[in-house]
Design a protein around this ligand. Structure first.
Ligand code: DOR
Length: 435
């Protein structure tokens, strides 16, 4: 099988490449002979004139809800939505029912993903059994089954002693422990950021310090254990300051930020939904914070203090959001708006295009030790082709995801995914798959 993607602007941050050229794929691998005007016969010949051609995006953090919550999302619908968003590899969190905490659970996700045949799905196992925070899961068994990391995401690992053991074990199996940094006592049932907007709405807020004290604890434990720590979805300026200092010190830590924390603030909660004075689609954990926090996150990303962009795609049913802010579920459906949201930062000059791509490709692969994220000759041919210019209006009814829960409904975004290939095979084609 020979594929040519012709005349696109090929951007491969792993090798510092940014130039118009043809990309040739032979039997699922990037061909060694990549250059302009490659000759020969092709089974598929794609004209990418005016389009950007990059390594497939890699998402270290999403929720696919299967097993247990198939009315919110399935592995098939989630991995299709990911492909439509330009993601070729996605790492899914274990907060399912049952929790992914044994080798067979990891194998279940892998085989369902193979059947779906869209984005490659790599599961994380839980840190504690049932994500209950009491006893460690059998990480070695899950590592042997192919888990790519461990997390109790949705909750922190609140017991510092267990977190210490988990980090110690991470040295043995070489896989990261991904923590959802939230001190439960400080978060105290808060439903959005503690500050002006929570005051205005009379809702209980979560202070930034609920994230920051957990980040501080985790960095300390990473220092003493030498374990592999990955900080999930950072939201607060204070967390960035702690992380910057830890990196200077040489602590083995990586960190991610979501498109929504990079582009939205607590003020978005004041939008209305269903006749109410607030928009429950903005309810997310950690909460959207202030403009000063948002700016600090963007700066940290530009500096490389935060190395990865991850979606935290968290699909929910309509009924989970058509209720009061207190009752609503935490989470934003993120796969299909990620590129469009991030391209608004590129358009405003806050983020360089090559850096956006770097944080969606080579850096997540480095953080989790994954063998993808580049278009180097011989590499696995995971490729994303997108149009950086066209604007479109978000209409969740057209999402492949079952999760229509986006605060961006009706908003205008820039940048559309045109084609996604995994192992040299087309898993999404905007023209053929449009709905
Ligand atoms: O908003 C969130 N939703 N944050 C999390 O950490 C969990 C996620 C979910 O599972 O819905």
């Amino acid at each position: 099988m020979r594929v040519r993607i012709r005349n696109g602007r090929v951007i491969d941050p792993a090798r510092g490449v940014d130039e118009v050229r043809d990309l040739v794929i032979v039997d699922g691998r990037i061909d060694a002979f990549v250059g302009p005007d490659v000759m020969g016969d092709f089974d598929l010949d794609v004209d990418a004139t005016g389009l950007v051609v990059t390594p497939g995006f890699v998402d270290l953090h999403c929720h696919l809800r299967e097993p247990g919550f198939e009315d919110k999302e399935t592995i098939a619908t989630g991995s299709m939505a990911a492909a439509a968003g330009g993601f070729t590899t996605i790492c899914c969190m274990p907060n399912t029912a049952p929790t992914l905490d044994r080798g067979v659970d990891i194998e279940f996700v892998q085989s369902a993903a193979r059947r779906a045949g869209r984005a490659r799905v790599l599961p994380l196992g839980s840190v504690t059994q049932g994500q209950l925070g009491r006893e460690l899961s059998d990480m070695s068994e899950m590592a042997a089954a192919g888990a790519v990391g461990f997390s109790d995401d949705g909750h922190p690992v609140w017991d510092a002693r267990l977190m210490r053991f988990a980090l110690e074990l991470s040295r043995r199996h070489g896989l990261p422990v991904v923590d959802h940094c939230e001190d439960p006592a400080l978060a105290a049932g808060g439903v959005l950021n503690e500050g002006r907007v929570s005051d205005l709405l009379g809702l209980r807020g979560q202070p930034s310090s609920s994230e920051e004290v957990m980040v501080a604890r985790d960095l300390n434990l990473a220092r003493v254990t030498g374990g592999r720590l990955h900080l999930a979805h950072l939201s607060a300026r204070g967390s960035v300051m702690l992380l910057r200092a830890a990196r200077r010190e040489g602590i083995a830590v990586t960190a991610e930020v979501t498109p929504h924390h990079l582009t939205l603030t607590e003020d978005w909660a004041l939008g209305s939904m269903g006749g109410r004075a607030y928009d429950t689609r903005t309810k997310v954990a950690p909460p959207l914070r202030t403009e000063a926090d948002r700016r600090a996150l963007v700066e940290a990303l530009a500096e490389g203090v935060i190395d990865v962009i991850a979606t935290d795609h968290a699909p929910h049913r309509l009924i989970d959001k058509e209720c009061t802010y207190d009752e609503a579920a935490f989470g934003i459906s993120g796969f299909e708006t990620a590129l469009g949201s991030l391209m608004t930062l590129v358009a405003s000059g806050e983020l360089a295009l090559i850096d956006m791509i770097r944080r969606l490709t080579v850096e997540p692969c480095k953080a989790f030790g994954l063998p993808y994220g580049t278009l180097a000759p011989g590499a696995v041919a995971d490729v994303t082709v997108f149009d950086p210019e066209t604007t479109w209006q978000v209409s969740s009814g057209r999402f492949f995801s079952k999760g229509k829960n986006t605060p961006l409904e009706g908003k205008s975004l820039r940048g559309t995914v045109r084609m996604t290939l995994v192992d040299g095979r087309v898993v999404y084609d905007a023209q053929a798959d449009a709905q």
